[in-house]
Ligand binder design. Sequence first.
Ligand code: ZN
Length: 106
Amino acid sequence: MLNCQGHERRLLQGTGVFVVKLVLIVLLLVIVFGIGTLARVFFRMLPGSRPNASRGLDGRSPSSSRFGNEEKVERMLACSVCGVHVPESEGIEAAGRFFCCEAHRK
Ligand SMILES: [Zn+2]
């Protein structure tokens, strides 16, 4: 019985410490999240950071970069045999015609 009681006490102490740790972790997360939110609000209010914020809101620069990427995107060519569209590098070009695979080239 004494051993059992001691074990129970230890368990209770253990759970108590666990709860305290959990509360501390939650508090830490809340503080970090709160600071992060406050920092974001603070930096938005700064006049120097306005161009960056407006860029993010407008989304013009990301779209313009997308246009830049489109040029880099590979051309999709239709196979002369089956008509399947395949990236230029993945297909085979022969005698001015494009084929999706080696088998269709023959
Ligand atoms: Zn094909």
